[in-house]
Design a protein around this ligand. Structure first.
Ligand code: SF4
Length: 250
């Protein structure tokens, strides 16, 4: 599916394009054609040109990364943003980096992925009952999007959640950034106010609100967490077992 019309280059254009996307395939194409954040457009393009030495023979994607997985997913995994030499290189979220190695191995153990690795868009990976997407769709410098970039990108997240709302039962937020990105979506998509005080992120935290998907907190699968043992495979297994149970898949 090709994007319709001019590429979005302003927050207002992102709003309009996201709101009018009638299907996930249209939304995915529109996201991949987005140029609304000048700093991130510049960074994703620069990384794609300079490359990491190990990947110098590869053509980097260098664009925003749409969601990946089942259109009728019961479980959504919400991340922060693509990695410069992972998703920004391969064109698929959590693909081609150490974070993805850990995440997809866990999803495979949970029966939510048909294979344990994710190395390229044509590697045959398929998710079951699960869709993965990020709060910000372009790789940011130092993995740190600015608040304005998070807000500009929010309509893509909102629309993706609206489109999978009929089946969605559980959202797993990977890290505090994703956890925080959930609250505006809860208001906009489900018309619900977050609890007061707002629940704090933590590994194993959960928020259950009637009329919305259950929210589960999980430490991010970043190397800082997995290399240090802060997040172990057993901890991920527990989160996905709980997600499956809450989604009625266990
Ligand atoms: S971060 Fe989001 S809104 Fe900004 S350019 Fe990328 S896709 Fe567009």
């Amino acid at each position: 599916m090709l994007p319709s019309g001019a590429s979005p280059r302003t927050p207002e254009a992102v709003e309009a394009k996201a709101a009018s996307a009638a299907s996930l395939s249209v939304l995915d194409a529109e996201i991949a054609d987005c140029f609304a954040c000048p700093r991130l457009v510049s960074w994703r393009t620069e990384v794609a040109v300079t490359k990491r030495a190990a990947f110098r023979d590869q053509t980097y994607w260098g664009r925003p990364i749409p969601g990946f997985g089942a259109a009728d997913a019961e479980i959504a995994i919400l991340g922060l943003a693509p990695a410069a030499h992972g998703g920004n290189r391969t064109g698929r979220i959590f693909t081609g980096d150490r974070s993805g190695d850990v995440l997809f191995a866990a999803l495979h153990r949970a029966g939510l992925a048909n294979q344990s690795t994710s190395v390229s868009v044509d590697d045959g990976l398929q998710l079951r009952n699960t869709r993965i997407f990020a709060a910000v769709r372009c790789a940011p410098p130092d993995n740190k999007p600015l608040p304005q970039e998070r807000d500009t990108c929010a309509p893509w997240l909102r629309r993706e959640l609206e489109l999978i709302r009929p089946s969605l039962r559980v959202v797993v937020a990977l890290g505090a950034f994703a956890w925080a990105a959930w609250w505006p979506a809860l208001i906009d998509v489900y018309g619900l106010r977050p609890p007061v005080p707002r629940p704090k992120f933590g590994h194993g935290a959960e928020v259950i609100l009637p009329g919305a998907p259950d929210l589960l907190g999980c430490f991010h699968v970043s190397q800082q967490n997995t290399f240090t043992g802060r997040l172990t495979p057993a901890m991920l297994d527990e989160v996905f077992a709980r997600a499956k149970a809450r989604a009625g898949l266990a």
